[in-house]
Design a protein around this ligand. Structure first.
Ligand SMILES: Nc1ncnc2c1ncn2[C@@H]1O[C@H](COP(=O)(O)OP(=O)(O)OP(=O)(O)O)[C@@H](O)[C@H]1O
Ligand SMILES: [Mg+2]
Length: 267
């Protein structure tokens, strides 16, 4: 835990201190490196301001902050749903702007607040991504993916449109996992779900992190309790700036006034 915290804190501290250049963390522990990421709206309003952050491999990182603070924009930069400026976001040491965008989005899957099912059955939905790459998933592979997302094989032939939101969110997760991603980005994935479906999704995320895949998970959430349940580290974003990076159990030690207010109101 401490290691993750220090690793992340390194990113928000100056890289040169007292004339001594801090050593970057070893590349094998860093999945994303974000440096000087800024975005301004067409009207000239800052959306993200000089974000510096390292996201460690194989951990769950939570992003919290008030509405409009730039959480979704930051998340979307990681798979170029919003195109970041070149030289600001690196995955495994490579500038993501220089990677093929479809390959990047296969490796960096994303789940939104409300799942959107494609036409057809659950199995059709899960087959979709691999099929685009010319790979046909067998029934047993689909069953494994369903089971990974905490759904039994009886769902295979159900129509996507006949599912509850909680079931559809788990199918959307299985569909993302079918692409064998290294990273899953989640933008308030459980805010429309009941507590049991929420717990199912949280359990799956922890399972993926602990599996041999060592999945990296970056999750935006308005629920401090959820972040405390699953995250290894949490970034507080206020007005487009990362004001603190903390361990989930020391959130109460946050010092930024806006962050303190947000945390008090959310708890
Ligand atoms: N395409 C865009 N054009 C102009 N402004 C935008 C655009 N996308 C986002 N913004 C602005 O950027 C700011 C941050 O938006 P963002 O959606 O990232 O916030 P958020 O922290 O995810 O908020 P919420 O918690 O409400 O989802 C907001 O003020 C928003 O209006
Ligand atoms: Mg958002």
């Amino acid at each position: 835990m401490e290691e993750v915290r220090e690793h992340l804190l390194l990113a928000v501290e100056p890289e040169v201190e007292n004339g001594i250049k801090l050593q970057p963390p070893p590349p094998d522990t860093c999945k994303f490196r974000i440096r000087g990421l800024s975005r301004t709206s067409d009207a000239g309003v800052p959306i993200l301001s000089k974000i510096d952050l390292d996201i460690p491999r194989g951990k769950i990182v939570g992003i919290i902050g008030p509405s409009g603070s730039g959480k979704s924009t930051l998340l979307r930069a990681l798979n170029r749903l919003w195109e970041p400026p070149a030289g600001t976001v690196f995955m495994d040491g490579h500038d993501i702007c220089s990677l093929d965008v479809l390959t990047l989005r296969r490796k960096v899957g994303m789940l939104f607040q409300l799942p959107v099912m494609f036409e057809g059955t659950v199995a059709d939905n899960i087959r979709y991504g691999p099929q685009l790459r010319g790979k046909k998933l067998s029934d047993s592979e689909i069953q494994k993916l369903l089971s990974l997302a905490d759904l039994d094989s009886s769902f295979m032939e159900k129509k996507g449109g006949d599912l509850s939101v909680g079931q559809a969110q788990r199918v959307a997760l299985a569909r993302t996992l079918a692409n064998e991603p290294d990273v899953v980005l989640l933008d308030e994935p459980t805010s429309a779900l009941d507590p049991i479906s929420t717990q199912n999704i949280e359990d799956v995320l922890v399972k993926l992190k602990n599996s041999s895949r060592r999945m990296t998970v970056v999750m935006v959430s308005h629920s401090i309790k959820q972040i405390q349940r699953v995250a290894d580290a949490v970034c507080l974003l206020v007005n487009g700036e990362i004001v603190e990076v903390l361990s989930p159990d020391s959130l109460s030690q946050s010092k930024h006034p806006m962050a303190v207010r947000f945390l008090q109101l959310s708890s």
